[in-house]
Design a protein around this ligand. Structure first.
Ligand code: NAG
Ligand code: NAG
Ligand code: NAG
Ligand code: NAG
Length: 190
């Protein structure tokens, strides 16, 4: 009896600590999950101002912003984020400084039905990037993407590129041969 009482106290104490940790740190409009001491977040409509410590994976859907820029991620807590999934909403531009403070990214998804402008240098800081998913950007033309992919530092580690349903044929492409040579190294999903 005493033993199980002690167990209950222990368990409820553990639950309280766990819930306090999750609740106090989890930003508004996000759900947070601890996975091996790392935090994974699923958020809706806003990019959180302050992430929990040790956040590794962030998924944000229906972002209600017109453009993305550095100030949206300008917080030291983004430094350990390795996977960032941004899907849906009203974003139409991604500025060149957007990912400066998310520099440890290995996986990035940008999928916005209204995206038209992607700065040439938008990915240039992301030297650790392995997977770039640009699928579902129906209005983004291929030459805009090609310009952003030409930045050498960025393509160093990239080995998976998803260009599914890009607006490939809206504008004529002016691609250099070297671009196709670089593309050969990736596994491209179409
Ligand atoms: C986030 O969503 C994914 C898939 O939709 C799910 O597998 C994961 O458990 C969710 N994580 C949190 C913290 O809600
Ligand atoms: C990032 O990870 C390192 C090493 O695990 C840790 O010392 C540091 O506190 C983390 N920073 C943040 C903001 O989570
Ligand atoms: C964001 O990155 C810029 C450029 O690397 C740096 O100057 C700035 O201190 C960083 N901000 C934070 C909050 O880490
Ligand atoms: C993130 O990058 C910084 C240096 O840019 C490094 O000190 C830190 O350990 C990295 N964190 C992870 C989780 O790789």
């Amino acid at each position: 009896m005493l033993e199980s009482y002690g167990e209950i106290i222990f368990l409820s104490h553990f639950m309280l600590v766990y819930m306090a940790f999750v609740n106090s740190d989890c930003p508004m409009r996000c759900e947070c999950d601890i996975d091996n001491e790392a935090m994974n977040l699923n958020c809706t409509s806003t990019i959180p101002d302050m992430l929990p410590l040790n956040t590794r994976v962030v998924s944000i859907t229906d972002i209600a912003y017109e453009y993305l820029q550095q100030s949206d991620f300008n917080n030291a807590r983004w430094e350990n984020v390795t996977k960032l999934y941004l899907r849906g909403g009203s974003v139409n531009s991604v500025f060149s400084d957007t990912f400066w403070n998310v520099s440890n990214l290995t996986h990035l998804q940008i999928s916005f039905p209204n995206l038209k402008r992607l700065s040439v240098n938008a990915f240039s800081q992301l030297t650790k990037l392995h997977t770039l998913d640009l699928s579902g950007n129906f209005l983004l033309s291929f030459d805009v993407v090609a310009d952003a992919l030409r930045v050498n530092e960025f393509t160093n580690n990239l080995d998976e590129l998803n260009l599914h349903s890009l607006a490939m044929f809206l504008t004529p492409c002016k691609l250099k041969e070297t671009f196709f040579l670089q593309l050969q190294r990736f596994s491209i999903k179409r």
